[in-house]
Design a protein around this ligand. Structure first.
Ligand code: HEM
Ligand code: HEM
Length: 319
């Protein structure tokens, strides 16, 4: 016997469509901000606005958006909007969500965006040190994961339709997903450290091999065991597609950034496009791994012998 489903668990909060939509909009804007931030780095525009928290001495005046300033100041303005949206998410969640952990998550998102803004400011004030720029790049995608998780936890499918799948197969998907998630997150750190000239490319290439193996193992094991459960199979399939695109973009980034950019004074358009796309797709790979990991932890109860669980009331058995 492979898997058993049981009756739904009580979730403790009603579905609130307006709140959910707001969290989806906020999370989508964070994705745009990641693209805007990547444009700053790829266009070498990090120091186009030399001061912080002011921009050319003013807290509110918009400077002429020319050259690198349009990327750096545009990124700051979008970051301010995200800060406001995150305040909205934290306050609204506090008001309408009955789950204490969700309210904590909302405030954690706000704390993360503040830390992210401070790191952005510090990297300018200290002339883009690799450690701070790398931390800024890493926290950006971690923040994106928090915001997408909030949107996911407020969705109709999360609030209304839980299902428990029992399985005794090894290796456990709960463990495998955590290892894969750790590998993708480390891969982000190594990619960012290389991008900000903190380390060489080799660790990122080795990381790509590890991520390739871990993610394929996780996704194929999920599809083989639970391909008939859309909540597990869909993120697993999406992850495989995104991983393939990400590796292709990684190769394109390598060619344009490392091979073609030698001795070139201004950033090549092909390099900007491929590296920004690689950063953006990297964020999607990370967040899809997070969603799959959450779904696996939510829906799977992995124990030694599911047959012993037969007296669970209301369960249905999956062949
Ligand atoms: C509020 C949330 C923010 C998010 C989510 C965010 C996100 C990002 C991302 C994803 C990058 C690209 C990293 C990379 O390509 O490796 C970036 C770069 C950058 N961000 Fe932000 N950022 C935020 C706020 C700020 C703020 C307030 C500043 C203020 C100065 C700032 C300054 C910079 C600079 C200077 C870079 C370029 C770093 C470099 O080239 O080394 N960011 N940001
Ligand atoms: C296996 C999956 C991979 C993931 C999840 C991944 C992820 C990332 C991320 C997130 C960044 C940028 C981090 C940031 O600054 O925000 C990055 C940078 C980079 N990655 Fe990957 N990567 C992968 C595979 C590859 C492969 C196979 C190659 C090439 C052989 C590659 C080459 C690069 C290069 C050259 C950069 C730096 C781009 C630049 O300097 O602008 N990546 N990677």
């Amino acid at each position: 016997m492979e898997a058993i489903t049981t009756t739904p668990k009580a979730q403790g909060t009603p579905y609130n469509r307006a709140h959910h939509r707001f969290t989806v909009i906020a999370a989508s804007c964070v994705f745009l901000l990641i693209v805007a931030g990547a444009l700053v780095t790829s266009n070498d525009a990090g120091l186009s606005v030399p001061d912080w928290p002011t921009s050319f001495g003013s807290l509110y005046r918009i400077p002429p958006l020319v050259g690198g300033v349009k990327f750096e100041h545009g990124h700051r303005m979008l970051a301010e909007l995200i800060g406001l949206l995150t305040i909205g998410v934290a306050v609204w969640t506090q008001k309408v969500d009955q789950r204490r952990w969700m309210r904590v998550l909302g405030w954690s998102a706000l704390g993360t965006v503040i830390a992210q803004g401070v790191l952005g400011g510090l990297t300018v004030l200290f002339y883009l040190p690799p450690a701070i720029s790398t931390a800024h790049a890493t926290l950006a995608q971690t923040f994106f994961c928090i915001m997408v998780s909030i949107a996911f936890f407020t969705s109709k499918s999360w609030v209304r339709e839980p299902e428990l799948v029992l399985s005794s197969l090894r290796p456990r998907l709960t463990s495998l997903s955590m290892w894969a998630l750790g590998a993708v997150w480390m891969q982000l750190i190594m990619g960012a450290a290389f991008r900000h000239s903190g380390i060489r490319l080799l660790p990122h290439i080795i990381g790509a091999t590890v991520v390739f193996c871990m993610v394929n193992w996780l996704a194929f094991a999920t599809l083989k065991r639970h391909g008939n459960i859309p909540r597990l199979a869909t993120p697993a399939r999406n992850l495989l597609v995104l991983l393939a695109i990400q590796i292709a973009l990684g190769l394109a980034s390598y060619v344009t950034r490392v091979l073609w950019s030698r001795g070139v004074a201004a950033p090549l358009t092909s390099m900007v496009i491929s590296t920004v796309a690689h950063v953006a797709c990297g964020a999607l790979v990370l967040v899809t791994t997070v969603i799959l990991t959450i779904q696996i932890h939510r829906h799977m109860a992995e124990q030694e012998d599911p047959v012993l669980q037969r007296d669970i009331p209301g369960r249905t058995v999956r062949a």
